[in-house]
Design a protein around this ligand. Structure first.
Ligand code: ADP
Length: 217
């Protein structure tokens, strides 16, 4: 279903979010104080506007209160990011996601009611580190301090064997959520599905168990 999103702040992060949401077929209102940034996104958004995210009147006149989801992607200007978030929550916007710059920024955003606080550089850094330390890890999503989902190349010992034979959950405590083979993806693997070399496995589990699994061969 088509949703309405507003993105305030069109730095690299704001532009990526807006463009992708628009590509996915949603309505996107892209806002920045800088006219050049706004002009650059005209073709990749439903509407775009030059406005200050800390100006309540300007936001109201853009109809911001009709949006279910607003993403605050104002980068370095912490004061503006905080004030904008506060205004949006005071105006009753249900879902306000904010890009945080650091720990203190995060704490303030949390206190004033931001619904989700995002640390793109930190998250990307984690994912790249995981990729660097293990050649097998293709992608990585941190679910909590202890649990994650990883995409890893199938260990060689699994080649041409079924999930039931391999008994991965009992041996490693991790669960295989999906199997990617070329362009195909099996998102509900059955006990008698086979794994082959070159498959990519999507696996969920405790970090320690995932590590044991990655290191198996
Ligand atoms: P990134 O790290 O994602 O590239 P930047 O800090 O480079 O983020 O960009 C943040 C964007 O937010 C800039 O385009 C800037 O013009 C915009 N911006 C800064 N203050 C405001 C504000 N008060 N209202 C709207 N946009 C703002």
């Amino acid at each position: 279903m088509k949703k309405q999103f507003a993105v305030i702040g069109l730095g690299q992060f704001g532009v990526s979010v807006s463009t992708e949401l628009y590509k996915l077929g949603h309505d996107v209102l892209a806002i920045d104080v800088n006219e050049t940034k706004v002009n650059e996104i005209v073709n990749d958004s439903t509407h775009s506007a030059v406005a200050d995210g800390t100006d309540e009147k300007a936001l109201r006149s853009l109809g911001i209160t009709n949006f279910d989801h607003v993403i605050v992607a104002i980068g370095d200007n912490l004061q503006a990011s905080i004030l904008c978030t506060l205004l949006l929550k005071e105006m009753g916007i249900d879902s306000v996601w904010v890009k945080a710059q650091n720990y203190y920024h995060h704490k303030v955003l949390d206190k004033i009611g931001a619904d989700k606080i995002i640390h793109p550089e930190h998250d990307m850094g984690n994912r790249i580190a995981q990729h660097l330390v293990s050649e097998k890890v293709i992608d990585y999503i941190e679910l909590s301090d202890d649990f994650s989902i990883v995409e890893i190349a199938a260990p060689r010992f699994m080649d041409n064997r079924t999930l039931i034979e391999l008994n991965i959950r009992a041996k490693f405590g991790v669960t295989i959520l999906g199997i990617k083979r070329g362009k195909d993806i099996n998102i509900s693997p059955m006990a008698d599905d086979k794994i082959f070399e070159n498959d990519v496995l999507i696996v969920i589990g405790h970090k320690n168990d995932l590590k044991r699994f990655e290191e198996s061969n």
